[in-house]
Write a new protein. Sequence first.
Length: 216
Amino acid sequence: MSALPWPALYATHGGIWLASPDGAVRGLGRGEAIARAAETPTILLNAPVTATRLGYGELSGLDLLELYAFVHPARFAVPTPAGLARARNRLGERAGNIRWITADITSGPRLGEFDVWHDRALFHFLMEPRDRAAYIANLRRILKPGGTAIIATFALDGPETCSGLPVRRYSPDTLAAELSEEFELVESVSHAHTTPRATTQAFQYSRFVRETTRQL
């Protein structure tokens, strides 16, 4: 299979890069990136996030993430022991390639150390200060220095409850204040999540990098 004959555009909080079809990569400014993206077709990875980073809502292109989702559509699994069991059954023999963990994050489970921590809508259920403190203590123990923590919560204009339970809503700054200066907020995005009942929930996703000197 030959390479696609189109340029690829990638934007992060640290810069913007364009890869030509022959593999040459160079950095470019926001204005040029928007102009190049208008010259469709352009290969993108997660077009909505790229558009947010460029500040250009009309961005369009060939989204590889969308293509992957079409070829390998996600299947919903409730994050409970029963839900994980169903997910394991779906994978069959491939389930052995995954380490499956069911634990209470506020009870101090010994999970080892990892480079990435991803929390999608757990932290905002922790209403008690002692539970949030236990969560953050685990985050410090598990996330390696220099590691990345991605935490999604309801935004300040999000729902006050979820599944009948109360939640705490956050902005990127108030979430950063909870985590302390040991975790640097490097990026945040707003997200409107559409539920299976066709209602919309306002989320905020924040990405933090842990300082390289571990605080003991």
